[in-house]
Ligand binder design. Structure first.
Ligand SMILES: [Fe+2]
Ligand SMILES: [Fe+2]
Length: 319
């Protein structure tokens, strides 16, 4: 057998060594870059303010089947600014009530405990969600409008699918908070806007473009935020999987409801600026998880869109 000339072997070894020498530093720099981004996320997470305490209290009430309208009223009455905003909403032209409502107790009687709970949650998270996030194409009110319209759509769909008031209220909260990860990733996207735009121009989904620009996606980051706030794992399961509902471990159907609602909100471009790419299609598994026949689904989507636009219109009353 012919032996390979030594020089050739040596050249090949030298080439391989050179390639190996080039490889690790490049790989190392990628690892270092990823680690840097992770540290940045953890720092931003540390600096993120807590949810207003009234939101936490109302969320506890939602999960407590023994809670009463009286417990709710007590929490709202403690916060005079919030109570004032509630009464302004209730007396706005949106509800066109025949008489003026002057106490939270009356408001609960007239509009119902569940409606009031949703109004309090949405009003209390408003300041938190009103943030200019140019990287995502949101002006100062963009994320807020997107979030309340999703919350309204989730609650509507939950009720229509027979999940009951309590569960529908929980999905309302999921709709309200589903994109909180964007509060942390937004500024990072702005810093890496070129990478984000390049990916979008190549046809990548907004989620993939987000990954390329920040090393994370907003659904995963939302999971970190909810954990930090010690909110329920069930809520986190729905929110973390709102772009991949079939992967939800506890409530894939609730995640599917949020997924479909989020798609509709983005298709209607509620709160969304012109620079953000349109939504990817609804996951086929989400249709199945809803368990609604095609003809009814179309009808539901129509009505859901109305419910979502109404939420936006309602809150425009206290701008
Ligand atoms: Fe999202
Ligand atoms: Fe969203």
């Amino acid at each position: 057998m012919d032996e390979e000339p030594r020089s050739s072997l040596g050249q090949r070894f030298a080439k391989k060594a050179a390639a190996t020498a080039e490889g690790p530093p490049q790989a190392l720099s990628l690892v270092a870059e990823k680690e840097k981004k992770k540290q940045r996320i953890l720092l931003e997470l540390e600096n993120l303010p807590s949810l207003p305490s009234v939101v936490i209290e109302i969320m506890k009430l939602i999960q407590d089947p023994d809670s009463s309208a009286r417990d709710f009223e007590e929490h709202v009455r403690k916060d005079q600014v919030l109570a004032g905003k509630m009464l302004k909403l209730v007396n706005s032209s949106f509800y066109s009530l025949s008489r003026k409502i002057s106490t939270i107790n009356e408001a609960v009687v007239v509009l119902g405990f569940n409606t009031l709970k949703s109004l309090v949650l949405a009003t209390s998270t408003r300041k938190f969600l009103e943030r200019q996030l140019s990287g995502y194409g949101y002006d100062k009110k963009g994320l807020w409008k997107h979030s309340i319209s999703c919350a309204g759509g989730c609650k509507f769909l939950g009720r229509e699918l027979g999940l009951g008031d309590m569960v529908s209220e929980e999905i309302f909260v999921a709709g309200l908070l589903h994109d909180i990860g964007k509060l942390i990733l937004g500024p990072m996207i702005e810093e890496n806007m070129e990478t984000f735009r390049k990916k979008v121009a190549e046809g990548a989904s907004a989620l993939d473009a987000e990954q390329a620009a920040t090393g994370f996606d907003h659904a995963a980051v939302a999971g970190l935020i909810l954990k930090k706030w010690k909110l329920s794992e069930e809520l986190a399961d729905v929110i973390v999987h709102h772009h991949a509902p079939a992967a939800a471990e506890v409530h894939p159907r609730r995640a599917a409801i949020l997924h479909v609602t989020n798609f509709i909100a983005n298709r209607l471009r509620l709160g969304l600026g012109p620079s953000y790419p349109g939504p990817p299609p609804i996951e086929g598994s989400a249709y199945q998880a809803l368990g609604v026949p095609d003809d009814r689904f179309r009808d539901l989507l129509e009505k859901m869109q109305t419910a979502m636009r109404e939420m936006e219109r309602l809150f425009a009353q206290i701008d």
